[in-house]
Ligand binder design. Sequence first.
Ligand code: HPA
Length: 274
Amino acid sequence: MEGIMNIINNAVALLKEKGADKATIGLILGSGLGDYAETLENKRFVNYADIEGYPVSGVVGHKNRFVIGEKYGKTVIAMQGRFHYYEGYPQVMLSLGVRTMKKLGVEKLLVTNAAGGVNMNFHAGDLMLITDHINLSGSNPLIGKNLDEFGPRFPDQSNVYDKDLRAKMIELCKRRGIPMQEGVYLMMSGPCYETPAEIRMARIIGADAVGMSTIPETMCAAHCGMKVVGISLITNMAAGVLDQPLSHAEVTETAAKATVRFTALVDLILSEIF
Ligand code: HPA
């Protein structure tokens, strides 16, 4: 765990030089959704590769850098690309981004991802506000010695996706006429997409969307007391729903088509909710 703290401290030092210690808002931008960071004003960058010990994602569509900038008079730090469990990192490594943000002073976090639709009422292109999650990844980022400076050994998970912020999100979407699904996100380790049988199981146990990310970061954010909003972009219907194979190209294509809507939504979240 000392190693983890060293890596976090390395990141904090570099990011402070770019003014990231003024940030109160964090963004984690998922597959194909990273372009939002380009809309920040007065952008500064820190590449993950320049931070000693930081992992780098090899997934297409992930730029592997922190972007610091301003929007609506607020300082924002965004992760343009994230690391994944299926890339071989122990989940504690997936805590680095969130914990770095915490040490910089971030209080509110927007996590986003591309996900498969499990709920039969969903369609590719839908946005889903995450209400809760089911961790079937097979691990947990908080395994190992507890880092007490971040939070307790046995953290409560009854309000991981902050209830008040969720209510504000729903009110905002109604007022602005933005279609928004709500549901439970289930994580499997990947990198294989799920089998149709796994998706049937996911539906039975209460999942609405499935993906390979988000839960480790969100657990760490909740552990250290950040208020989290989670949004999934349903890029495809999950395995077995439609009679066609799944592909990463489909995921990034749907995400690219949603860029304008997604950007407008994140702008509203930053200006009106955060
Ligand atoms: N399954 C898992 N992860 C995903 C999917 C999916 O169907 N779509 C986008 N990410």
